[in-house]
Design a protein around this ligand. Structure first.
Ligand SMILES: [Zn+2]
Length: 198
């Protein structure tokens, strides 16, 4: 695997995070997009301690803390959330992290939404990708800010918000843009089709 674009903003010509993304994601610290642990080590930690972390959702995920310049798995005081793909029977499961990443980048650049900082990072052994997002509901001193999503406010159960999102995206995005499948970005070797909005 070779990285030729910033793994966060996908700006070409970078083999690691660009300075702007480094500042937004890690307070300027030089953090490698290659995680300091392997996928088997992640799986082992999740089996051992997965029930101790409280992050909502069904997808495999774990909390990370930045210690110096190293992202480490943690059960308490998480500053980031790591979401690797879940091997399964459906097709293209390994594209899940890239799909979430490009969707979030599109939300910012095409729709101008204020999104959580995010990036792709890679396991140390086989370099498979995982989605990384910085928590916006935790202050620097560790205080948690209560969050509610629209499904909770409207007392509606998923999956209808997801169906609505799919319809909206299909209508507003896919028909109007030269859309590059998220899988293209897994090897990070192609020119980004998206231009920065700023
Ligand atoms: Zn960047």
């Amino acid at each position: 695997m070779s990285i030729s674009h910033c793994p966060s903003c996908l700006k070409p010509g970078y083999t690691e995070f660009c300075n702007l993304c480094r500042k937004k994601l890690f307070g300027g610290k030089k953090v490698s997009p290659i995680l300091p642990f392997s996928r088997p080590e992640y799986n082992h930690r999740r089996v051992e301690h997965g029930d101790r972390i409280s992050i909502s959702g069904v997808q495999s995920k774990y909390s990370l803390k930045l210690l110096g310049t190293v992202l480490e798995l943690t059960e308490t005081g998480g500053e980031y959330i790591l979401k690797p793909f879940v091997p399964g029977e459906l097709e293209n499961m390994s594209s899940m992290p890239a799909n979430e990443h490009i969707t979030m980048q599109m939300a910012r650049r095409i729709f101008g939404l204020d999104i959580a900082e995010n990036a792709l990072v890679f396991f140390s052994d086989d370099k498979t990708p995982a989605y990384l997002t910085k928590r916006f509901d935790v202050l620097a001193n560790g205080t948690k800010i209560q969050q509610e999503d629209f499904a909770q406010i409207s007392r509606t159960k998923p999956p209808w918000p997801l169906i609505y999102l799919k319809r909206t995206l299909k209508r507003k995005v896919i028909k109007q843009t030269d859309f590059t499948p998220a899988t293209t970005f897994l090897n990070l070797e192609n020119e980004s089709k998206f231009q920065r909005a700023d």
